[in-house]
Design a protein. Structure first.
Length: 165
């Protein structure tokens, strides 16, 4: 495993590379660290804190993937889960399934996330419609939609920052 090629540095959050690594090793390590940043118990006080991790995890898919970051009442991560996979330009998202998953892990809030394989993170009208449907469905159970983040290779767009929520 590529993690054996790393050794913790003297300063917290730093590492020494102990043997040759390939680009693939580096990407694998980066995705591992991104998953750790979204691990259970991590507090997300601003959705933008999660952007670079979400971008790293989702930007390379050749199809749309719709994921949810489930949070507790203190906005600590309960779980990050990919719920739906689609085609190159769409993914069917079912509010019932998102609600079931949120209730199953006792989430108080969620950050919705999906990628645009085209690389352009600009939200579509369909993205805005499904966000409204999810907000309504989750709201019936007092689960807040804090943000919907669209990930592309060109960056991330936040519905909250754009005033859509």
């Amino acid at each position: 495993m590529t993690h054996s090629k790393l050794k913790a540095g003297e300063v917290a959050g730093t590492y020494l590379v102990t043997s040759l690594v390939t680009e693939t090793d580096i990407i694998t390590m980066a995705k591992h660290f991104a998953r750790r940043k979204l691990a259970k118990g991590r507090k997300i006080s601003q959705p933008s804190q999660a952007f670079e991790h979400l971008q790293l995890l989702l930007q390379d898919y050749e199809h749309e993937v719709f994921s949810v970051l489930f949070l507790d009442s203190q906005h600590r991560v309960i779980r990050f889960e990919e719920l739906f996979r689609g085609t190159i330009d769409a993914a069917s998202v079912y509010p019932r399934e998102v609600l079931k998953a949120a209730l199953a892990c006792n989430a108080a809030a969620v950050i919705l996330v999906h990628n645009h394989p085209s690389g352009d993170p600009e939200p579509s009208n369909a993205d805005r419609r499904i966000t409204e449907r999810l907000k309504e469905a989750l709201g019936l159970m007092d689960i807040r939609v804090i943000d919907h983040v669209v990930v592309g290779s060109d960056g991330c767009r936040s519905f909250a920052e754009m005033g859509y929520l």
